[in-house]
Design a protein around this ligand. Structure first.
Ligand code: NDP
Length: 306
């Protein structure tokens, strides 16, 4: 199989989804005389968070979504952050609220996520949305796992009955991913840092989702020949070229891409795999939030995915 056909093109899928979202954001404007709106709160100056937020805002603006960024100092108090969120919760012109994680240590992420109005929780992290996801009935599904499922459903003819193994059990990726794959009739195994003999599990995986946060941890010894590998990891390493002040380093995933390419049937690259899909799904959730907040039907453009 040619290398190129082995690569799951996340940029292409994201573009396809965004093209479907655009008429809905335009339709919202035609009906309600304003664009769907997303407000992103960023606390501190974590360079990676800044890049993610910048990308989200660029894409939002391109696809007919009004986006605002609230930048708070890294020493902002938890109370002040809560006040900002409460104001946004009450503002009927704000459809989606996203607090960029991670937050500084003195702020409880759990408390902050709990404060966001579940109808504006476009990240899908609020316990109401998270709980409903596991019952197969969520308004907002966390963007990264939703993006992974979107690509898998396009790449695999029949996902039912496949063995899916996830490495990582975070609330952001691993757990919601497990729920989505279970709802898609896969048999699901979640592994984590305390799992013994991880390869015994991963070598049985028809679908392997990797979300560990350790650069290039997964090599071909973890892979069942013919598996579909989704690499969620984003790790910024120092560039191998001569370092200079403007050097932003290189991005690598949690999977050793070149090494796994021969064994896997298909694999997502980093960058250009899960990342763009995460942003596209955020736009989907924001436009959906806008329609829901206006108590208007939202056309399900994810028919066949969810
Ligand atoms: P977390 O740090 O929250 O979770 C990492 C998980 O990996 C934990 O469950 C941990 O286990 C597990 N783990 C750690 N070390 C090992 C090991 N040696 N063997 C097996 N499991 C291990 O990370 P996230 O889920 O938030 O993110 C994971 C990666 O995905 C990161 O690189 C992050 O940057 C990236 N990411 C990318 C996104 C995108 O848009 N593409 C979006 C979100 C995240 P335990 O629970 O036991 O500690």
């Amino acid at each position: 199989m040619a290398i190129v056909s082995k690569i799951i093109d996340g940029k292409m899928y994201a573009g396809k989804l965004l093209e479907e979202i655009y008429p809905l954001s335009k339709g919202f404007f035609d009906n309600f005389n304003r664009k769907p709106s997303l407000t992103v709160i960023i606390v501190g100056d974590n360079p990676a968070s800044k890049i993610y937020v910048k990308n989200k805002i660029l894409i939002a603006n391109k696809y007919g979504i009004d986006s605002k960024e609230i930048i708070l100092a890294s020493d902002v108090s938890e109370d002040k952050l809560i006040k900002h969120i409460s104001t946004l919760n009450r503002d009927e012109n704000v459809d989606g609220i996203l607090v960029q994680l991670p937050l500084p240590k003195h702020i409880s992420e759990k408390k902050i996520i709990n404060i966001i109005n579940p109808s504006k929780d476009v990240d899908g992290f609020h316990p109401t949305n998270f709980g409903k996801l596991f019952m197969g009935d969520s308004k907002f599904i966390p963007c990264t796992p939703l993006g992974c499922l979107y690509m898998l459903k396009h790449e695999i003819e029949d996902i039912k009955g496949k063995n899916a193994v996830i490495i990582g059990r975070s609330n952001i990726v691993g757990k919601p991913m497990a729920s989505l794959l279970l709802s898609s009739d896969c048999s699901v195994t979640i592994t984590h840092s305390r799992t013994k003999n991880i390869q015994e599990h991963t070598r049985k995986a028809d679908i392997l989702i990797v979300a560990v946060g350790i650069p290039e941890m997964i090599d071909e010894t973890f892979i069942k020949p013919g598996a579909i590998v989704i690499d969620v990891g984003i790790n910024r390493l120092k560039s191998k070229t001569k370092h200079n002040a403007s050097d932003k380093g290189i991005l690598v995933g949690d999977v050793k891409f070149e090494n796994v390419l021969n064994t896997a049937k298909k694999i997502t690259p980093v960058p250009g795999g899960v990342g763009p899909m995460t942003i596209a799904c955020l736009m989907h959730n924001t436009v959906k939030a806008a329609y829901i907040n206006k108590k208007h039907d939202f056309i399900n453009i994810l028919e066949g995915i969810l």
